[in-house]
Design a protein around this ligand. Structure first.
Ligand SMILES: NC(=O)c1ccc[n+]([C@@H]2O[C@H](COP(=O)([O-])OP(=O)(O)OC[C@H]3O[C@@H](n4cnc5c(N)ncnc54)[C@H](O)[C@@H]3O)[C@@H](O)[C@H]2O)c1
Length: 250
């Protein structure tokens, strides 16, 4: 049996790179795509046969060429959408350029990838698992998060529709909703929230960590392990689901 080929879109980021690392450790063949350089990451992955590709998810043409009918990355068995960007601020002062940037990468890019996948499946139906990165912010809104939450709520709606459409080909689509992950994105967010509230960044990070009964941030590997399960053929009974990766309520 040939090795499972997984494409990690936005794979050069903090979470995407650990997802790629874990998938490779589990014996899967990984193609990492990102708008940034992927060479160092691809070289570092365990095993052989891995590849990298520069891909801007805001280009419909490039997304179709990479992942659609006759995909340039080759036939793939799983697809992880880990590209994303953030913006925080109250609705009263929303920066609309930031709204466009966040919605374009987090939602429209995800939809481009979903369309390429759907068209590819039509001509090459197969068991194929897609995992989108939403967030706990895609399930419950909170002050200051309207732009990011809009993109992540929207992504869950899109994921459910796509999952229904591609089920006929034997393909699956799920989302993961991580909580507060120990990552540069969360640290940047903590600094911005701290500045708005006139407190220290460390204090805000401690508050984030205390928001569940775990009383700690979630490690990126803990996220990657769940994604690896969803990407594998071990999860064939799941589609259209939003899987929360977070601790229990306080
Ligand atoms: N870090 C967290 O605490 C956290 C929590 C919940 C959900 N998430 C989500 O998980 C995903 C990964 O987050 P992360 O912490 O790794 O962020 P990150 O900023 O480290 O990585 C995001 C990656 O997306 C890539 N990217 C951005 N715009 C792109 C574009 N136009 N085309 C191609 N690639 C593009 C970046 O180059 C980067 O490599 C995001 O969707 C994020 O919203 C993160």
């Amino acid at each position: 049996m040939s090795r499972r080929h997984v494409v990690v879109v936005g794979g050069a980021g903090a979470i995407g790179s650990v997802v790629a690392t874990v998938l490779a450790e589990q014996g899967m063949r990984v193609t990492v795509t990102d708008m940034s350089d992927t060479d160092a990451l691809v070289t570092s992955l365990a095993g052989d046969g891995h590849a990298g590709l520069r891909l801007d998810v805001t280009s419909l043409e490039d997304v179709h060429s990479a992942l659609g009918v006759n995909p340039s990355v080759g036939r793939y068995d799983a697809l992880i959408y880990a590209a994303g960007t953030n913006y925080t601020g109250p609705v009263a002062t929303t920066d609309w350029a930031a709204w466009d940037r966040v919605l374009t990468v987090n939602l429209r890019g995800a939809a481009y990838v979903g369309q390429a996948l759907a068209q590819g499946l039509e001509v090459d139906p197969r068991e194929c698992s897609t995992v989108y990165f939403s967030s706990t912010a895609g399930l419950v809104g909170e002050g200051g998060a309207s732009v990011y939450a809009s993109s992540k709520f929207g992504l869950i709606g899109f994921m459910q529709c796509l999952a229904s459409e591609v089920a006929q080909y034997g393909a699956r689509v799920n989302a993961v909703c991580p909580g507060n992950i120990d990552s540069p994105m969360l640290r940047t967010l903590a600094a911005q929230v701290a500045e708005r509230n006139g407190v220290a960044t460390e204090e805000t990070l401690t508050e984030f960590a205390s928001s569940t009964a775990f009383k700690r941030l979630i490690d990126i590997r803990e996220v990657a392990n769940v994604v690896a399960f969803l990407a594998s053929a071990a999860s064939t009974g799941m589609s259209g689901q939003s899987v929360v990766i977070d601790g229990p309520p306080n």
